[in-house]
Write a protein that binds this ligand. Structure first.
Ligand SMILES: NC(=O)c1ccc[n+]([C@@H]2O[C@H](COP(=O)([O-])OP(=O)(O)OC[C@H]3O[C@@H](n4cnc5c(N)ncnc54)[C@H](O)[C@@H]3O)[C@@H](O)[C@H]2O)c1
Length: 245
């Protein structure tokens, strides 16, 4: 039986946890060869080993480290024709309490990180017949929410980075973003561990629940296969009905 990612060679960042981990597991089950990156050494090995994938410790903000990791990925897989940028961090604080260090770190991980990965992988992506890049942005990049100025700015930047790359890298490389709403992962543990917070988060969206990682990984799969062959530079809210408000 052919699987939907047979023959594909894909790098996923943030693959030790949450959405990146679930995307790695789904893509692995669909036949992709995978090279998984995360700053969490123990976590990345735990995810990579059962998938028969290579996992490597890499901080996406370290451009030299990224060049080295992407070089290893291209060598190990015989090329790269897919990227999923899922690594991200979130500090929820009003702007007057948000330190410049936290601001810098969010911009570095959430915006410069994907740019480092794409820059290093471009020669491999261009050498492929066709290739895809999926950036995990956020509804926070589409609408203002209290306490998210730094995070929202980083994700709005990532959405516009996606749109510009879509324009520049066609026709052989397609670049799209997913804008998740509130999804149950380590990042949102402070919400889903508290029933009152879950109730508040759910009541704000039309589908009346928080998202699960599988809600996002199926869309990442769609954007990585030819099912989305005429899409590039797009940013898709996957948020249960939240971002239009
Ligand atoms: N969970 C949500 O509700 C939500 C909503 C919208 C967008 N997002 C975005 O989805 C993506 C995945 O987040 P998640 O919810 O799965 O969170 P998560 O915390 O479960 O996973 C994030 C992963 O990124 C890794 N990471 C963080 N900084 C890194 C760095 N500098 N270099 C390499 N790896 C790094 C972490 O180690 C972790 O494994 C993030 O970009 C996040 O901003 C999450």
């Amino acid at each position: 039986m052919t699987r939907r990612l047979d023959g594909r060679k894909i790098v996923i960042t943030g693959a030790a946890s949450g959405m990146g981990k679930d995307i790695a597991q789904l893509f692995g089950s669909e036949g992709a060869m995978l090279f998984l990156l995360d700053r969490d050494a123990a976590g990345i090995d735990t995810v990579a080993a059962p998938l028969g994938a290579k996992g490597l410790v890499c901080d996406v903000t370290d451009s030299r480290g990224v060049e080295n990791a992407i070089g290893q990925a291209a060598h190990a897989m015989g090329g790269i024709d897919g990227i999923v940028n899922a690594a991200g961090i979130f500090y929820a604080e009003p702007f007057d309490l948000l330190s410049s260090e936290k601001w810098d770190r969010m911009l570095a991980v959430n915006l410069t990180g994907p740019a480092n990965i794409v820059r290093a992988a471009l020669p491999s992506l261009r050498a492929a017949d066709r290739a895809t890049i999926v950036n995990i942005a956020s509804v926070s990049g589409l609408m203002p929410m209290e306490g998210t100025s730094g995070y929202s700015a980083s994700k709005a930047g990532l959405i516009m980075f996606t749109r510009c790359l879509g324009l520049e890298l066609g026709p052989n490389i397609r670049v799209n973003a997913i804008c998740p709403g509130s999804v149950k992962t380590e990042m949102t543990r402070f919400i889903w561990e508290n029933p009152e917070h879950v109730e508040r988060a759910s009541s704000r969206v039309a589908l009346n629940r928080m998202g699960e990682v599988g809600d996002i990984s199926t869309v990442a799969l769609f954007l990585t296969t030819d099912d989305s062959a005429f899409m590039t530079g797009a940013w898709l809210p996957v948020d249960g009905g939240f971002a239009w408000r």
